[in-house]
Design a protein around this ligand. Structure first.
Ligand SMILES: Cc1cc2nc3c(=O)[nH]c(=O)nc-3n(C[C@H](O)[C@H](O)[C@H](O)COP(=O)(O)O)c2cc1C
Length: 373
């Protein structure tokens, strides 16, 4: 029976266990998006901590596709030496690393994108970020190409896989949505047209990544009135699976949603694996491996979900901010649940400008410094 320490495969990529670090904005790149030593240390700790696969935080493929300070960039070749340091470090520690490519679309502010107006599928007001400028068809095609260019760069510097960010209200996710996408060209309108951006991004990434596995993190439900529901997202999952995608990481929600991707108050085992129903629905319409994220904290829940056959891999984010060595701890026989209390204090540490931290640990300066210096 499969458990978390059973080796597995995603496409051609062999992984030593079923545990994936879901992409986390590390906030540790410099102010132009270049990899820093601190980011290398953060990722090295995860590789040494026993993760089967690490997915690097969302990395922007165009200058106007950036959301946050300290976000890593890959939109030109200048970024490659730094990114190479990351992949070399992970490989030296016996780990595997995927990049996550993003264009954040409307979910950004002009100060993050050289004073420009954020862009989106349509000029529809976002409750947190204001009204974007509608992309022209030519610009849409250019973004698709730039996903491909970035995939090629990622391959050049030794990433083991490429994940497209198709979740959490960013551009790929917004194109799917009947709420945010009200275009009248070939990329909007009918359900088929709304899928086109995601499938063309996939095709372009695949063409440029050659034999590297390609994944997508996909919202199966946006939890926003009038936006993407499983009725919109499942046909896309089915199509991507038919097109040969190597894995779908099931997620949901975003900053404007009733239910976000990173829920708080995960106290009991019943609170964990909160997107399991969406994963089961995705399983029914696909043949590719399914990775499930969202609230995993206990080895027992992880093993149950894997043994059920509903998913093939489990990914975690917040628990590894607090305990980068969590997987090795479990492997050593200490099977107590992750120490993360799901308070989302990690988001608050953004204000400190030192990258993402566990707020509980950050308050303990001595422990924090041991971890990152
Ligand atoms: C601080 C922080 C940063 C995140 N950054 C990303 C990101 O860059 N890309 C992404 O797909 N998800 C991102 N997420 C969402 C997580 O990958 C994950 O989907 C979510 O936190 C639920 O998993 P968890 O309960 O294991 O934390 C982030 C979450 C947190 C808490």
């Amino acid at each position: 029976m499969i458990d978390m320490f059973t080796p597995g495969k995603l496409g051609s990529l062999e992984l030593k266990n079923r545990l994936v670090r879901s992409a986390v904005w590390e906030g540790m790149a410099d102010d132009q998006g270049f990899v820093t030593d601190k980011l290398v240390t953060c990722i090295r700790r995860l590789a040494e901590g026993g993760m089967g696969l690490i997915i690097l935080g969302y990395t922007y493929i165009q200058p106007n596709g950036r959301q946050s300070p300290g976000q890593t960039a890959i939109y030109n070749d200048d970024y490659l030496p730094g990114l190479r340091k990351l992949t070399d470090t992970v490989h030296k520690a016996g780990g595997r690393i995927s990049i996550q490519l993003v264009h954040v679309g409307p979910q950004t502010t002009p100060d993050m994108i050289h004073g420009k107006t954020p862009v989106g599928p349509s000029a529809i007001k976002h409750p947190l970020f204001g009204t974007p400028r509608e992309l022209t068809t030519a610009e849409v095609k250019r973004i698709i190409e730039d996903f491909g260019h970035s995939a090629k760069r990622a391959k050049t510097v030794g990433f083991d896989a490429i994940q497209i960010h198709g979740a959490h209200g960013y551009l790929v996710n917004q194109f799917i949505s009947p709420r945010w996408n009200q275009r009248s060209d070939a990329y909007g309108g009918s359900p088929e047209n709304r899928m086109r951006f995601a499938t063309e991004v996939y095709r372009e990434v695949r063409a440029n990544a050659n034999n590297l596995p390609v994944f997508i993190k996909l919202n199966l439900d946006d939890f926003i009135k009038g936006s993407t529901t499983p009725a919109d997202a499942l046909p896309l999952a089915e199509k991507l699976s038919e097109m040969g995608i190597d894995a779908i990481e099931v997620s949901g929600g975003g900053p404007a949603s009733r239910k976000g991707p990173a829920r708080i108050k995960i106290r009991t085992e019943a609170d964990e694996a909160y997107f399991i129903d969406l994963a089961r629905q995705t399983r029914k319409v696909t043949t590719c491996p399914i990775i499930l994220v969202g609230g995993f904290r206990s080895p027992r829940v992880i093993d149950q979900v894997l043994a059920s056959g509903d998913v093939d891999f489990v990914s975690m984010a917040r628990p590894l901010i607090r305990e980068p060595g969590l997987v090795n701890r479990w492997r050593s026989g200490d099977l107590t649940k992750a120490k993360c209390i799901s308070c989302n204090g990690c988001f608050k540490t953004l204000a400190y400008g030192e990258g993402i931290q566990c707020l509980v640990e950050y308050k303990d300066k001595e422990r924090y410094e041991k971890k990152y210096t």
